[in-house]
Design a protein around this ligand. Structure first.
Ligand SMILES: Nc1ncnc2c1ncn2[C@@H]1O[C@H](COP(=O)(O)OP(=O)(O)OP(=O)(O)O)[C@@H](O)[C@H]1O
Ligand SMILES: [Mg+2]
Length: 565
């Protein structure tokens, strides 16, 4: 009994996911309903012209068989054909406009949601996977929605009108059409799950190889120096072989669906042809009526065989929707910017414990950093120094205890994303973006004057080397600050944080690539003239001479804070 209940529950859950994806897709299409209606209007006019042509054909044939020419209907037919051509060109242009607008709009919305997601949840995804979802999955959805919604409605109208015309001229043929029409749809439904599964695996494999390529391209030096070219090719070949099997199975299934539909509707055509021939021989219908039947059957046939491609497209779209919703549904940080500009801050951590998974990184940390303190944070690699900054930046939340900020007026707030307004941060590692030096600096302060930019660079000991470059602040950096040395990139990252000018400056091994003299020069100027609270995470004991407090983090998650001077 339990087994059955489990199965029903599973089925229900799967159905739920499909419905959820469908509702989500409709919600994405909702803002574009006017444009979709315009497209539907264009399609319907083309459809109407098709019917005009078909009926005109009957009267032209009937007139010809009785030995005359019906110029009026010939004119109708010619005009309808001309309009159909014009509307189809207009429809293509409008589709291109709508696809671009919809696709890019959707991409921007989801990009925004993703960048506001909670860091710890988002960082579980590979960036290549996220980019694949934002690019090809979004493209699948937009081309799907834009063509599927209007084409399905047009198809419905075409079938209904054709049925009515058939019913008017020959009720038996109409009943026959009614009988065979759903067979194709039933057949497509039978293969739905299998096809969707292939699509899920194909999308996952696309994410895997894109992530691999992206990572390889941004680490070309590692590839070369470790002579990984052949191994990489082998890995890609492996992915290609796995994909090939899936692609072939999926296209065989899709070809099967189309073939079954074609067989059904070709049968319909033959039946309509023979039936009409029989009725002509009996003198029950004219040659003109027969042309109507044949034209209608072939019109219906062409749109129903396009259903053969619409159905796989719907499944592909549902799979892509599921992939997008899984990243768009990551909880957002959801905070409102505070509009104060604090000038001083006291940090209070009370009994804070934190673990990424099961093993604790920090346990029962209690400490206070006062305004103007210069605190050195030391400890072995992997002890939890960067994790401490993530707690301060509210990128992760403590499992127990609290992190609080107290401003110059004594107002206290629990650390949250809005508390980042207290902090200027130099992250560990190379964090410059591609673009010019100036664009990187302006991330710290958008409207900084030229003097402010140079003053920050001077304090970060970056002024001289930038002056020596040909293009100065306009020097272009490629990915990962390509074109600069590691130490030069670190100095620009420090200047970027100084420009942000917040009451707390966190330097996470921000000078690790610098020579001792340059490091001393930077720390001298920052600690003497910057006048803020500074947290310096370092492996170099010599740096502690600038600090008045030290936080020692040991490997067993114990944190100890003591004064230095
Ligand atoms: N995103 C993460 N998910 C899971 N575990 C993590 C994550 N980031 C860090 N860790 C683990 O948490 C521990 C502390 O890492 P953290 O980066 O804080 O160390 P650290 O003291 O800054 O080291 P280093 O001096 O090498 O920079 C390490 O054991 C690390 O493996
Ligand atoms: Mg670290």
């Amino acid at each position: 009994m339990n087994k059955y209940l489990e199965r029903i529950k599973r089925l229900y859950n799967k159905r739920d996911v499909a419905y959820a994806s469908m509702f989500w897709l409709l919600s994405q299409a909702a803002p574009y309903k006017k444009q979709l209606l315009v497209k539907l209007g264009i399609n319907s006019i083309s459809l109407f012209m098709g019917f005009v042509s078909t009926i005109a054909g009957k009267y032209i044939v009937d007139a010809t068989t009785s030995g005359s020419l019906n110029w009026l209907y010939i004119t109708y037919m010619a005009s309808a054909s001309l309009f159909t051509i014009l509307f189809s060109a207009g429809s293509n242009i409008f589709s291109a406009y709508l696809t671009e607008k919809f696709e890019f709009g959707m991409r921007c919305n989801i990009f925004d949601q993703v960048q506001r997601s909670i860091w710890s949840d988002l960082s579980k995804y590979h960036s290549g996977d996220i980019v694949t979802r934002l690019t090809s999955d979004v493209a699948n959805i937009s081309s799907g929605l834009i063509s599927i919604i209007p084409s399905t409605i047009t198809l419905g109208i075409r079938l209904a009108v054709s049925f009515c015309i058939l019913l008017y001229f020959d009720p038996w043929l109409a009943l026959f059409a009614l009988f065979i029409a759903p067979i194709g749809a039933i057949c497509a439904l039978l293969y739905r799950r299998k096809y969707s599964n292939y699509q899920i695996h194909l999308r996952e494999s696309e994410s895997a190889y894109r992530s691999f390529m992206q990572e390889t391209m941004s680490n070309v030096a590692v590839v070369k120096t470790f002579q990984q070219e052949d191994a990489n090719n082998e890995y890609l070949r492996q992915i290609r072989n796995d994909r090939m099997g899936l692609v072939m199975r999926s296209s065989r299934l899709s070809a099967l669906m189309s073939s079954v539909m074609s067989i059904i509707y070709r049968t319909g055509y033959v039946v309509a042809f023979c039936w009409s021939a029989y009725r002509i021989s009996q003198g029950q219908i004219t040659y003109g009526t027969m042309t109507i039947f044949l034209s209608l059957v072939s019109q219906v046939q062409s749109s129903v065989s396009s259903l053969g491609s619409i159905i796989p497209q719907i499944y592909r779209m549902l799979v892509s929707a599921r992939r997008i919703t899984s990243i768009a549904d990551i909880k957002n940080e959801n905070y409102t910017e505070a509009d104060d500009s604090p000038t001083q801050v006291t940090i209070q951590m009370s009994d804070v414990s934190f673990a990424y998974g099961k093993s604790n990184v920090l346990e029962h940390v209690t400490l206070q950093v006062d305004p103007g303190d210069i605190v050195g944070v030391v400890g072995p690699s992997g002890a939890g120094k960067t994790t401490l900054t993530r707690l301060l930046l509210s990128l992760v939340k403590p499992d127990a205890g609290s992190v609080e900020y107290i401003n110059e007026c004594g107002d206290c707030e629990e650390a949250c994303p809005a508390s980042r307004r207290f902090i200027s941060y130099v992250p560990q590692g190379n964090t410059l973006l591609s673009g010019t030096i100036e664009t990187n600096l302006r991330i710290g302060k958008k409207d900084a004057t030229e003097e402010e930019l140079w003053a920050a660079l001077r304090m970060a000991a970056a002024e001289k080397f930038i002056q020596k470059t040909e293009n100065g602040l306009q020097t272009h950096l490629s990915e990962k600050a390509g074109g600069l040395s590691e130490g030069q990139a670190q100095r620009i990252a420090i200047a970027r944080a100084l420009l942000r000018n917040k009451p707390l400056l966190i330097l996470d091994e921000a000078t690790s690539a610098l020579d001792e003299d340059t490091e001393a020069q930077i720390l001298e100027s920052i600690t003497k003239s910057y006048g803020k609270t500074i947290i310096i995470i370092t492996h170099r004991k010599s740096m502690l001479r600038y600090c008045n407090k030290i936080i020692e983090i040991s490997e067993n998650a114990i944190v100890n804070m003591r004064p230095l001077k």
